[in-house]
Design a binder for this molecule. Structure first.
Ligand SMILES: [Zn+2]
Length: 304
């Protein structure tokens, strides 16, 4: 074998696995992993740190997360300090410059999204408020999901230009399915505009705005602070006065307080997964909304 042949077969040998190598995408939320996998298709392996049935503010750091972050090409975060309680030390230990906020592989999904409850005064963490920069549960509005999907397509295309056409095609397919789904959801909830709800945590302002529900109170006195006896009494009085039919509760909280408040007010507790995988049927971004919309409609039909 002459030298040229040797070199070219050597290159072939090592270029093939490189071409087959998938982008490793790590996300903090399962919703972001679902969107990244949908857009990235078979050129991407997307994996989430938090499971959909876990409180996204309080994820227990594990050594395995450090390894995942070490190997990651892309890190997608919700931002707005949703991950402040666990991600910074994991990032430090991962020693992966690509996925730091200054790195090419970092994507803050909140950029360009509609963020509600932005503070108008100086930011404090008074009483442990875990939403100091506005509400970080913005992915629960499908219009924000569309913004995030586009940002993911742009980020993946920048890191893997050979895949850009595929990412655009997958994005277009996602947007078409989302548009169809939005019609379906709006039809199902059409008769319930203005319905008053109380939620456990302030996870639902974007969801409520989009679906025209009216959140009149929270079981938590402040985001991240468990219900106190005094606050429960206030919520019970408020719900009686305003005839609130539903308490929406994230699947990772204890039912004890919501059930108590429901027993005093006649309201129904609706278990709502706020993320993909929070219930097995909520298996991707679109079916998450299908699941939550159906749960609300079923509860309101029982209230008729
Ligand atoms: Zn929160």
């Amino acid at each position: 074998m002459n030298a040229v042949l040797l070199v070219s077969s050597f290159l072939l040998l090592f270029s093939l696995p490189a071409e087959a190598k998938k982008l490793k995408v790590v996300t903090t939320l399962s919703d972001l992993a679902s969107l990244a996998q949908t857009i990235g298709g078979d050129r991407v392996d997307a994996e989430s740190i938090a499971k959909g049935y876990q409180d996204p503010h309080f994820v227990e750091p594990k050594p395995s997360f450090v390894l995942k972050l070490h190997d990651a090409d892309v890190l997608i975060v919700a931002g707005l300090e949703l991950e402040i309680g666990y991600l910074p030390p994991l990032l430090d230990q991962s020693r992966n410059e690509r996925i730091r906020p200054t790195g090419a592989g970092y994507l803050d999904a909140s950029t360009g999204c509609e963020i509600l409850e932005k503070p108008t005064t100086a930011v404090t963490r008074a009483m442990g408020d875990v939403h100091p920069f506005g509400n970080p549960h913005y992915w629960l509005d499908p219009r924000n999901g569309r913004v995030v999907a586009r940002a993911i397509a742009a980020k993946l295309s920048a890191l893997d230009p050979a895949g850009a056409d595929l990412f655009q095609k997958n994005l277009a397919g996602f947007e078409a399915r989302l548009a169809e789904a939005e019609k379906r959801w709006q039809q199902k909830l059409a008769g319930y505009a203005g319905t008053k709800v109380v939620t456990y945590h302030a996870s639902w302002p974007n969801f409520a705005k989009y679906f025209k529900l009216d959140v009149v109170g929270y079981l938590e006195p402040k985001p991240g602070i468990p219900p106190t006896p005094q606050h429960k009494l206030e919520i019970i009085n408020l719900m009686r006065e305003q005839k609130v039919p539903l308490i929406l509760m994230e699947v990772y909280f204890d039912r004890k307080d919501p059930d108590f408040v429901a027993s005093k007010t006649g309201a129904e507790v609706v278990m709502m997964p706020p993320s993909v995988g929070g219930e097995p049927a909520a298996k991707d971004y679109i079916s998450l909304f299908d699941f939550d919309v159906d749960r609300i409609v079923a509860a309101l039909q029982r209230k008729k």
